[in-house]
Design a protein around this ligand. Structure first.
Ligand SMILES: [Mg+2]
Length: 196
């Protein structure tokens, strides 16, 4: 072995993974869905008003909760998913998507419909690099409830404490904390060490 090669190899070594699995949020983290959330919010308010439920000043996710309480969850889910499905096919690929695949298992835990998550991953050829995918409709209680994150850890077969969750919202950070997982902001995640 020539000297230069040894130096080169040594310098490529120090990166080691610090977690046994990485879970990513979807929207704003791996891709950006082409969804105008104001339009979705106004559409959902209309769906509720048409069913004699006053949405008042609730935001989108509060209206989703209200729809469950009033028996209109399916109609509201359908209205949101419609936008997300289209938004998935026209989604923008973000920088972290280029860092896949990883040398450790990868999951996705999103507040978007599972169907939209899978469509977005497929559009960008990321589906084969990602294991479990949990959307808001995959679980009883979506983020910031830790249920989805814990479900993924169990499916992969790792301890939640050995997982890092990468996201872009306070709700993501809260979910990770509740799941007993490490949290990293998408904008700051040191992804290089996990690349396969
Ligand atoms: Mg997000």
């Amino acid at each position: 072995m020539i000297r230069g090669e040894a130096v080169l190899r040594a310098s490529a070594l120090p990166l080691s993974v610090t977690h046994d699995a990485v879970i990513y949020d979807l929207d704003g983290t791996l891709v950006r869905l082409a969804v105008d959330w104001e339009t979705v919010t106004s559409d959902v308010a209309t769906v509720l008003r048409d069913r004699n439920v006053d949405p008042e000043n609730r935001d989108l996710w509060e209206m989703l909760t209200l729809s469950s309480e009033t028996g209109h969850r399916d109609a509201v889910e359908a209205a949101i998913t419609d936008h997300e499905r289209t938004g998935a096919y026209e989604s923008e690929r973000l920088a972290l998507a280029d860092g896949l695949p990883h040398s450790v298992p990868v999951g996705v835990c999103s507040l978007n419909a599972e169907e939209a998550c899978r469509a977005a991953l497929a559009v960008h050829d990321l589906d084969s690099h990602v294991g479990p995918v949990v959307g808001r409709d995959t679980v009883e209680s979506p983020k910031p409830d830790p249920e989805g994150l814990l479900m993924i850890a169990e499916e992969i077969g790792v301890d939640p404490g050995a997982v890092v969750f990468v996201g872009d919202s306070e709700s993501d950070a809260t979910a990770a904390q509740r799941a007993g997982m490490a949290f990293e902001w998408a904008s700051e995640f040191d992804q290089v060490r996990y690349r396969a």
